[in-house]
Design a protein around this ligand. Structure first.
Ligand code: AMP
Length: 280
């Protein structure tokens, strides 16, 4: 695996590969790699000649300084995992290389989806995400980029970013990879205490319950039931919402021909976890 710390060394190499007819798949991450990340890499490997992974814990998308400071970092193990899976290129930059003009976010208008759920709970988060993804797309020049449905709203933001910035390549969403007990894999899971780790699978259990209840109950009733279920756990619910899967606008009633997805954010102690599931 080739490891680059500087975009001005990596990009010419990638462009040379593309000139030789190689298709480039790109998987951006913040490291502390788990099987969810690796499933994105595998998807890229199936569809491309070369896969580029980036590892960068992006400060501008963190609204909570403690979350940024305590975010797990594990470059050595990550490199071993990427070598083992056969990733071709790793971009492991310094903050200066990602933010040559100084560390700040650009302002984007995503038509409103940036202000709800994660955007509402984490002000500035999606401007930070979009700023770093915009930069990473430019310095990796991929033919396809792979993102997880685990961060479904982020996937929608990246889709909008690609429209706004006229990126012409393919965006691929990959289903959420889960632990055996249903907990969505996340780099933050390693920070859960044993007590909260035991409680956390309830997130997925309640999403499945919501999916079941939606067969014959209206969304408001389902939302109320699930909110009550969470209130009986150690998990502190930040939001549980049912939204139109395409627009991400919160839905009060079901319309024929539309798909809906439930979205959850909780605090398990100090650790914030999110998950989502298509419910109908
Ligand atoms: P992160 O390192 O958390 O920023 O995630 C990097 C990419 O991996 C994002 O596109 C995430 O949506 C995706 N991802 C994170 N967790 C999972 C998971 N459990 N299953 C599938 N994709 C995931």
């Amino acid at each position: 695996m080739k490891i680059f710390q500087q975009a001005n060394q990596m990009l010419p190499y990638i462009l040379e590969q593309k000139k030789n007819g190689k298709k480039i798949g790109f998987v951006p991450t913040m490291g502390a790699l788990h099987k969810g990340h690796l499933s994105l890499i595998e998807a890229s490997q199936k569809e491309n000649d070369l896969t580029v992974c980036s590892i960068f814990v992006n400060p501008t998308q963190f609204n909570n300084p403690e979350d940024l400071e305590k975010y797990p970092r594990n470059d050595k193990e990550d490199i071993e995992k990427l070598e083992a899976i056969g990733c071709d290129i790793l971009y492991l930059p310094t903050a200066e290389d990602v933010y040559p003009g100084g560390m700040h976010s650009s302002e984007f208008d995503f038509g409103g989806i940036e202000n709800q759920m994660e955007g509402e709970c984490r002000p500035g988060h999606f401007n930070g995400v979009a700023t770093v993804v915009n930069r990473l797309f430019r310095v990796t020049s991929p033919d396809a980029a792979y993102f997880g449905e685990k961060d479904y709203q982020q996937l929608a933001i990246v889709r909008k970013l690609m429209e706004i910035e006229n990126f012409g390549f393919k965006l691929v969403g990959i289903p959420t990879f889960r632990e055996k007990d249903g907990l969505a894999m996340s780099s933050r899971n390693v920070r859960l205490s044993p007590e909260f780790r035991a409680e956390a699978p309830k997130i997925y259990q309640f999403l499945l319950k919501a999916k079941d209840l939606c067969q014959n109950q209206d969304f408001k009733t389902v939302q109320k039931t699930i909110q009550e279920d969470f209130s009986k756990t150690e998990l502190q619910l930040e939001y549980f919402k049912i939204c139109d899967q395409n627009t991400l606008v919160e839905a009060t009633s079901r319309e024929e021909g539309k798909n809906y997805r439930a979205f959850v954010a909780v605090f398990a102690g100090k650790i914030r976890l999110i998950d989502n599931l298509q419910i109908c």
